[in-house]
Every structure is written in C-alpha cells, then in structure tokens.
Ligand binder design. Structure first.
Ligand code: ADP
Length: 403
C-alpha cells in the first residue's frame, strides 16, 4: 500500500511516497520557488539507500498545478519513478496548517473540508491557501484517489483554556478566534508516542518536554500523553527564537517600529518572520554556519547561539513548572537531532531540576534515537528522530479505514 504525503507551502511543495507495509520511503522531493523567475524540483528515489537516484529540474514553475504536474511526471518516470501510474497510490495525505477551533481531527477531504480550510485563511494567511491549492490540484491530477487533510494543530487541541486564551479583551477570542493554536503538532504527537514506545512505556504514563528545533522551533509540555501547553501561538511566529523568526517579543515593539520607521504592518510582519531570529542577530540562519563563525571568533554568531539556547532553556523551566513532574526532555528535528552544542547549551545549569547530560553520549550521532542523560540524571534526556511524513501517512490510512 503506497501513500503520498504532500506538504504544500506558499512557494514550495514537499512530498514523500511511502510504502506502508515496510515503512520504506519510495521517493521524496521538493518543488521550490513556485511563482519565481526560476523554480526547481529536486526528486530522490529511495533516499538513503544505495539505489539512490536523484533528478533536478530547473525551470519556471508558475503555480502549484505546474509543480504537481512535474512531480507526478517524476513519480511515474520509468527510470526514476516509484509507480507505473498514479492509480497505484492508495491515498494522499496533506499537511494542513490551520482548521481553526472546529476542524482539527484528520478528515477525508470533501467540499465542506475545503470550505473550512478556506474559511480559516485569515488565521493561516500564508499556509492555508497553499494547502488548499495542493489538495485541489491533487484531486484534479489523481481523480478517484482519496485525499485526507491532517492538521498541524490537532495535538495541541487538548490544551486547557488557561494555556490557550490570550490576556486580551475576551471578545478577541469570541469574535475573532484569537487564541493559541500551536503548530508542528504532527511531530510533537509522533515524538510523544515514539518516546513511550522506545522507553517501553505507554504515553499515558509519561510527562514530557518536547523540543522540536528545526527551521521553525517549538516546544510542547505533554502531561500523561496529552499536550497541555506549546510555545507557538495564533501563528508559528511565537515562542522561542528561530532561524528567521523572532519568537516572543514585547508586543509594543510593533507600533513603536511603525512610528519610528514608517514601516506598515505588512512590512513589519515580514521582518519578524523572515529577517529576525538567528538571521537578524548574525546574518545566518543555519546553525552549522553559525558554529563555523563562532569557531572563528564571530561575536554576533556567539550572541545568536547564546540567545537561542537561553530562550529555549527558559521554556524548559516554564514547562517544568507547568508539568510538576518531568520524565524526559526530548530533542527532535534538524537542530535537535544533530546539534550537540545546542542541546548542551539548552540544558546547561539545570542540575537542580534533575537534568544532567552525559557529554560523551551527547556527542554521539543519533540513529532513530539515543539517550544523552548521565546515569545520575533524575530526568531522562533523549534525542528522537521525528517523522512527520510517516505520521501523516499512518493517519491517512487510519482515517480511510474508519471510513
Ligand atoms: P524544517 O523545519 O524545515 O522541517 P528541519 O527540521 O529539517 O527543518 O531543520 C533544518 C535546520 O536544521 C537547518 O536550518 C539547520 O540549521 C539545522 N541542521 C541540520 N543539520 C544540522 C547539523 N548537522 N547541525 C546543526 N544544525 C543542523
């Protein structure tokens, strides 16, 4: 059984074709720079295996439809392709950012689901239109193949009101649905389940602090398997400092910048999302470049690193308070899985909370997972590889089986 997972962004489409029996990735790729003068599609067959084959296409890609047409062409390409025709695909699972307060459980796509995604564009202005385009083009190109929407907010819907309501006039929530939704839900959910499995426990027994640190970064506090708080908010701009996003700042900074510079809200929003975070401080947003610059004595790169880890450490402390008892801190995603310096920086000085890292274990490379806590650490510390695509594919199959 083959399931195609689509993560359609404003100017990109990431995709992965999975074999559900073996969990193998049959093909994966990314269409980038849709709508720009020169777009690109990078397609990999069976990534990480000896049989790896790669193909890159560079050409203008006008819209999502053209991008999807190109990827369908490569998936069915006799030399590269993983399927003879798209009818072999059992279903398509779509990552959808935002379905608001009523739509968060995964669902087979019908017109009502599409209308609801459309109706939530005001609270997901960058992602929801792209998610919808991905669904509509997939329906057109793969008629008869079921499509399932999997929402990035689902896992966080268990938060209590004290965690998700903002201290604004209550009508802002009632009328405009302004509240904390949280994102990266598929990853946090996968990690909560996977951590329990790896520890030989059930999720309902475990209290976890999960740090998903990739291009976007978010933490969640998970009590007995359920999310009780998360760092992202109405949008994925909130919380810790990220590659190009500022995370939490004094909200009065926004009108202040407008007054001082004459920038309008659209410009300020773009600056907070794309020119801030690590990049805003040192000009670089890839942690590997930042380490190289730190090693050469670059003070701004050092400051960016210290700010990044300090801001995450403060969330770890806050989530200790939210949870009361913590069984494990779990690191995941690009930085969380691969960067021992960030992990050590985040957890430094937390011995009084019962967290002690084992430096040698932390310096190791995680396969699917590894334990990096010292034997005397009261709280376990793990690195667990996330797999959002597998989680979306599994969910897609479950939704369709339940019918
Ligand atoms: P996304 O949020 O787009 O899914 P990923 O989870 O793949 O992103 O994370 C991408 C980020 O991970 C990159 O920006 C880079 O900073 C970081 N990263 C990847 N590999 C390493 C590494 N070996 N060391 C440090 N950081 C890394």
């Amino acid at each position: 059984m083959k399931v195609l997972v689509i993560n359609s962004g404003s100017s990109s489409i990431k995709y992965q074709l999975l074999d559900m029996q073996t969990r193998a990735v049959l093909a994966s790729g990314i269409v980038e720079r849709i709508g720009e003068p020169l777009g690109a599609l990078t397609h990999k067959k069976a990534p990480g295996t000896d049989a790896e084959a790669r193909k890159t296409i560079e050409q203008p890609i006008a819209d999502h439809k053209q991008g999807m047409n190109l990827l369908v062409g490569l998936l069915t390409d006799p030399e590269l392709g993983a399927v003879a025709d798209m009818g072999e695909i059992y279903a398509v699972g779509h990552r959808v950012l935002q379905g608001g307060e009523t739509l968060y459980m995964p669902l087979a796509v019908d017109d009502a689901v599409k209308d609801a995604i459309r109706a939530n564009i005001p609270i997901g202005p960058l992602h929801n239109p792209a998610n919808l385009a991905g669904i509509e083009v997939a329906q057109e190109l793969m008629p008869g193949v079921p499509q399932v929407a999997v929402f990035d907010t689902e896992f966080h819907q268990t938060m209590p009101a004290q965690a998700f309501i903002y201290p604004l006039p209550y009508e802002m929530y009632e009328r405009h649905r302004i509240r904390r939704y949280g994102f990266h839900g598929t990853s946090h959910k996968f990690i909560a389940k996977e951590t329990a499995r790896l520890l030989g426990r059930v999720p309902e027994e475990l209290n976890l602090i999960i740090a998903h640190l990739g291009n976007g970064c978010s933490l969640s506090a998970v009590k007995a398997g359920r999310c009780v708080d998360t760092s992202m908010g109405l949008t994925p701009l909130a919380g810790v400092m990220m590659g190009t996003r500022c995370g939490d700042i004094d909200p009065a900074i926004i009108p202040f910048i407008a007054e001082q510079t004459g920038m309008d809200v659209v410009q300020i929003d773009a600056m907070l999302n794309k020119q801030s975070g690590l990049k805003g401080i040192c000009g670089m947003n890839d942690m590997r470049d930042i380490h190289a610059a730190r090693a050469k004595g670059d003070e701004r790169a050092q400051l960016a690193f210290e700010m990044f880890t300090y801001r995450i450490r403060k969330y770890v402390g806050a989530y200790f308070a939210a949870l009361g008892r913590v069984d494990a801190v779990v690191f995941t995603a690009g930085i969380g899985e691969n960067d021992p310096d960030v992990r050590a920086g985040v957890l430094q000085g937390l011995e009084s909370l019962g967290i002690v890292l084992d430096p040698a274990a932390n310096a190791g490379r995680a396969g699917e997972w590894m334990r990096i806590a010292a034997p005397q650490s009261r709280v376990d510390v793990l690195v667990v590889r996330t797999n959002e695509e597998l989680e979306i594919a599994r969910t897609t199959v479950e939704v369709l089986r339940k019918g």
